[in-house]
Design a protein around this ligand. Structure first.
Ligand code: ATP
Ligand code: MG
Length: 192
């Protein structure tokens, strides 16, 4: 869905817009993190809710704790899907996934309404909703009732149409080539 430049959803009265980074290429989560770092430089406070991303992988969380404490707050929800012995990714969907995703939504609500944050990043919420761990309607309700001044970024593949309809910016990250398909597994500090 390509819109001509300059045509966006009606601009709300303040600057809290909805951005979506979706698509099958690499760069969605890291783009959101980049925007978080930029926001902090402008004196803004950021919250990140990670959906479906439990576990102690993800090197950026160490950076956030060590370098951005007090300016970027984050909460991780979801199971650890990486088997510690085989390194295999568990694609199954369980009740725990739904419970964890619900916790993520509750945490999002409190970040949106605590009066502290200017930018709220919902990492992997697109895929989490697409896979049915949370309802698309619940996320839409949250978007429709967010405080006007808060900017929201939603990341993840397969952004549901209802999210795209509400967005003021959609970036579709396309895979042209990825080393994964040449047999190179995800690398610490670069992919996680
Ligand atoms: P990143 O976190 O590096 O910005 P991303 O958020 O765009 O990546 P996800 O779909 O969340 O990508 O997947 C995260 C992991 O999967 C990263 O390790 C990334 O390198 C890898 N990845 C991203 N796109 C692909 C792809 N098309 N094929 C295989 N692996 C991919
Ligand atoms: Mg990602």
């Amino acid at each position: 869905m390509v819109q001509p430049l300059g045509v966006v959803n009606p601009i709300p009265p303040t600057n809290g817009l909805i951005q979506i980074f979706t698509g099958d290429g690499k760069g969605k989560t890291t783009a959101a993190l980049g925007e978080a770092v930029r926001a902090v430089g402008a004196g803004k406070r950021v919250a990140i809710v990670y959906f479906d991303k439990g576990g102690s992988h993800y090197s950026e969380r160490k950076t956030l704790k060590e370098c951005f404490s007090g300016s970027i707050d984050f909460v991780a929800t979801g199971r650890d899907r990486i088997d510690p012995h085989t390194g295999r990714f568990d694609f199954s969907l369980t009740q725990e996934d739904q419970d964890e995703a619900k916790k993520g939504l509750e945490q999002t609500q409190s970040f949106l309404h605590d009066g502290l944050h200017d930018l709220v990043i919902l990492d992997e919420i697109n895929s989490t909703a697409h896979l049915g761990m949370i309802s698309i309607e619940d996320v839409c309700a949250l978007l429709d009732h967010k405080p006007e001044h808060i900017e929201i970024i939603l990341t993840g593949r397969h952004a549901p149409e209802a999210f795209l309809d509400r967005a003021h910016l959609i970036t579709d990250v396309r895979m042209v080539k990825h080393y994964f398909y040449a047999g190179i597994n995800a690398r610490e500090g670069l992919d996680w």
